[in-house]
Design a protein. Sequence first.
Length: 134
Amino acid sequence: MSLALNTTLAVPFDEAVERTRAALADQGFGVLTEIDVQATMKKKLDEDMEQYLILGACNPPLANRALGVQRQIGLLLPCNVVVRSDPDHPGTTLVEAMNPDLMVQVSGEPELESVARDAATKLQAAIDALSNQS
């Protein structure tokens, strides 16, 4: 099983972030949290790294279904989506969404399979929309 659903975009980082937010919104996901990993590493460790943003995306109906199966599944919510510059290919940005099937694998809860499948369909549609824009 793959860790991520992903695509590579030949656009600058800021444009990729904007497109990613829009593609997620089109699939019913809101961004609840945002972690600027680059800024955090610089501030806390004085380490330089590429632009790297973690978006905590949530689709409330899917989250509700998952929590209805197992309350502890909240430990794996929201769906993390990473937008990061590719240090090996300047001008290229990677977008990676957590594979929702991991939720089923980690929890061992077969009742989460339909939720994971629906989440994967929506996340893959967002990734595909990004890929089709490049």
